[in-house]
Ligand binder design. Structure first.
Ligand code: SF4
Ligand code: SF4
Length: 112
């Protein structure tokens, strides 16, 4: 956990940590919507790639999630976040249509 480090402090206008989302990247990548994230840590526990950490934030006492560049674009965090605090960005920076992973949600959890 990266709590407590000044350089990890994140504000509402935090820079996109996934520079790879453009250029050579071919898959979507997760991005936390700071204003919606409650720091509940659910995504930290469910990410199969262990690429989400909680960082300090002015937004709440529990911090907010931040995704690093090893994100594989699997959609799991976007599916699991109870606050719709994760969006999936295509390699061109556009937002992935949620309908594209609603089918995945049904397959994984048996409901939509
Ligand atoms: S599951 Fe959602 S609200 Fe909870 S820490 Fe992750 S992004 Fe934030
Ligand atoms: S899309 Fe998958 S790999 Fe990327 S942060 Fe979310 S759960 Fe982890």
């Amino acid at each position: 956990m990266n709590m407590g480090s000044e350089e990890n402090k994140t504000t509402v206008k935090d820079p996109l940590p996934l520079q790879k989302v453009s250029g050579a990247r071919k898959r979507a990548a997760a991005r936390v919507i700071s204003e919606l994230c409650t720091g509940c840590r659910i995504c930290v526990q469910t990410c199969p790639s262990d690429c989400i950490t909680i960082v300090e934030s002015d937004l709440n006492y529990t911090g907010i999630a931040q995704v690093d560049e090893s994100c594989t674009g699997c959609n799991i965090c976007a599916i699991d976040c109870p606050w719709t605090g994760v969006e999936m960005l295509n390699p061109d920076g556009s937002r992935k249509d949620e309908a594209e992973y609603e089918r995945q949600l049904k397959r994984l959890r048996g409901y939509q």
